[in-house]
Design a protein around this ligand. Structure first.
Ligand code: GLU
Length: 409
């Protein structure tokens, strides 16, 4: 099953529960527009290289299209399509006035120099500038991109359209970015987990954690969960995996990983094969890397009681069924990692109003929105007697379907 089929599977499961009007279903399931561009750039050694870029705009019934741009060797139309659709449901779950989109360039950013990355970003922006904009489609960072990438996109876009900082979010603070945006996905995950654990009378400090991925989301999650008293016992990234039963020293690990570009070799831990991370002994598993890692087989080996989906679509439908059967509670991606787009919304609001918020305000508004969304999705799950993922899809589809119907089919 590919990523689009998996996303549509979850969509249809919720649509059936809702008894969704088939005409509305047809309207909101398919993407609005899919764009493919070829980006040819001169490399530092004088050769030319061509990279394929995509932007899929899924739905804009609730507001401008919104979603990240990823640079990764596995970027392909199926993946970008699924991710764009997930953005529609994600913005609806946290009730920010945006739709869903996603973009990507098929490249390995680790092998490109900063100059090459800048050229690639400018060419990609040049090719999509007429379909993005602060009121039409607002990109943001995703895997392999960051605040610097957003600064280049904003600058390139301004050559065609003038001053419009709200065309992208996740920008550097010096260039119209928001306090708290960098940590927002990890912080939103923490606030979501607090709501989830509170239902069982528990708190973050009661559990041990294994985290797959130590990029922006994984490393911030590690830092914030450990600051909240959680014990991080295992972490992996592209370089390998490390563990320490007593708990990893996260500030020291973050400093080490930034310096050596990976977690492997961290002296205060034991190395182990990264493919064993998902089956590591822990209370809470946090997949914060690629999609599709939890399959029927890997799900059977999971030893955690909770799975917090920091990554987008880490769990395939058959794995979801295994978790349900084994009583493992999953906090679904379209809620769990929505802190990023929520603070993107705050950044966009600040850009539009030309007024900046301090970090305390950003974090407290994020907390309030994550708590409200948890209340809404958990009420849906209880009402329909379903799991949290289905509850989140029910909530999102209800909101998108209502907006679509009100606009008139
Ligand atoms: N790329 C992030 C996500 O998948 C953030 C998107 C955004 O802020 O627009 O949710």
């Amino acid at each position: 099953m590919n990523a689009t089929e998996a996303t549509n599977y979850f969509f249809s499961k919720a649509a059936r529960l809702l008894d969704l009007d088939s005409r509305v279903e047809q309207q909101i399931k398919a993407p609005f527009r899919e764009i493919k561009v070829e980006c040819t750039i001169p490399c530092d050694d004088g050769r030319l290289s061509t990279y394929t870029g995509f932007r899929v705009q899924h739905d804009n019934s609730r507001g401008p299209f919104k979603g990240g741009i990823r640079y990764h060797p596995e970027v392909n139309p199926d993946e970008v399509n699924a991710l764009a659709s997930l953005m529609t449901w994600k913005t609806a779950v946290v009730n920010v006035p945006f739709g869903g989109a996603k973009g990507g360039v098929n490249c390995d950013p680790r092998t490109l120099s900063p100059c090459e990355l800048q050229r690639l970003t400018r060419v990609f922006t040049e090719k999509i500038h007429d379909i993005i904009g602060p009121n039409t489609d607002i990109p943001a960072p995703d895997m392999g991109t960051n605040a610097q990438t957003m600064a280049w996109i904003m600058d390139e876009y301004s050559k065609f359209h003038g001053y419009h900082p709200g065309v992208v979010t996740g920008k550097p603070l010096e260039l119209y970015g928001s306090e708290g945006r960098d940590a927002a996905t990890g912080r939103g995950l923490l606030y979501g987990a607090e709501c989830l654990f509170a239902e069982a009378g528990k708190s973050v400090g009661d559990f041990t954690y294994a985290i797959q991925g130590f990029g922006n989301v994984g490393s911030w999650a590690a830092r914030l969960f450990s600051e909240a008293g959680g014990k991080i016992v295992a972490v992996s990234d592209v370089t390998g995996a490390i563990r320490n039963r007593e708990g990893l020293d996260i500030p020291a690990l973050a400093e080490y990983a930034a310096r050596t570009r990976g977690v492997v070799g961290f002296p205060l831990a034991e190395a182990f094969p990264p493919e064993e991370l998902l089956a590591e002994e822990c209370d809470v598993l946090i997949p914060a890397a690629l999609g599709g890692v939890l399959t029927q087989d890997t799900a059977r080996d999971v030893r955690a009681k909770y799975v917090l989906e920091a990554a987008n679509h880490p769990t395939l439908p058959l794995a979801d069924a295994v978790f349900a059967e084994r009583g493992i509670i999953v906090l679904p991606d379209i809620y769990a990692n929505a802190g990023g787009v929520t603070v993107s919304y705050f950044e966009w609001v600040q850009n539009v109003q030309q007024y900046t918020w301090d970090e305390e305000r950003v974090n407290s508004e994020l907390k309030r929105r994550m708590a409200a969304a948890f209340g809404d999705l958990s009420a849906c799950a209880k009402h329909y007697g379903c799991d949290l993922r289905t509850g989140a899809f029910v909530l999102a589809i209800t909101r998108v379907a209502r907006a679509t119907a009100l606009r008139g089919l």
